[in-house]
Design a binder for this molecule. Sequence first.
Ligand code: MG
Length: 361
Amino acid sequence: MVHQTNIRKLAEERETALSPHAQKSRLSQGRQTPEEPCPIRTDFQRDRDRIIHCNSFRRLKHKTQVFVAPLGDHFVTRLTHTLEVSQIARTLARALNLNEDLAEAISLGHDLGHTPFGHIGEEVLDDLYPRGFRHNEQSLRVVDILERNGRGLNLTWEVRNGILNHSKTRAGFLAEAESEVATLEGAVCRIADVIAYVNHDSDDAIRAGVITQGDLPLAAVSVLGLRRSDRINTMVSDVIDNSWSVTGNTADEGGPAAVAMSKPILEATHLLREFLFERVYEVHSARQESDRAREVVRRLYEFFNQHEDRLPAEYRLLDDARERRVLDFIAGMTDRYALRVAEEMSLLDGNAVQPRLFLPE
Ligand code: MG
């Protein structure tokens, strides 16, 4: 029988066959609080497991991706989005001979800081909180501090860096230079995030009757494919081929030195993404149920700032300023929990958000 202690070492040994550009778990910059390594799992495998078992991960199930409180069972939630990102990131990491465990851990943790009601919740909190709010910074705060009643998950530096730097801004989509992500596995997750959401958001918008298949910009779908599966396949294959070729590497050298889409596919993806901003995200944001969602978040924020004693014990114990603790509590809420608390505290004047049933046209 192999002694347990050797199992992690065998896994670390296997990582020496990865690309010279892959992040090896043994060479991690480590955890904020040093810990004995696990006898079975590498540090990145252990981080992935900590994320899967944390409370914020479970709450992703009831957080909106784009459509507020939809009743249809096939709409994407933050949880299914996260799983899609993880699947795409792992495929890319394997194909580029990078560290799949690290890519998986970053993907599973990247959206833990998302607010209730999708980007609508994020915008309201960003307005209300004097220092502003961004979901990627909140994801890091969740794993560093908020989980385990203020002790955090004590993850490795590389996973934390990937989580903090996962998102692309609308303006900076085509410029990879803005990224401060330190590992290629982190770069893989940034691309996987976009590939996942431009495709499932197009599908959900069609499912919700906001757009039809024929509305998708022809210049994008003629390059990327008509069906969602074709488009994902085009994008993923392109990242793999382009990364291997653009950096002039061959398989003999062990792996590419950069991860990127080719220009034509990046431009087609950009076109599809801009279409979603104009025809789906902004239109949805102007709908009545989005206004009500804004109202819920605003009232919760006011209420708990006036009634600090009503915060749950774990948020009262944090040694931050009151507004920060209120922000942490609200940002962590699921859509349904936010609605329930607002109703229980009678904050809504009978003006509750009704979950809306979206049916295809
Ligand atoms: Mg995401």
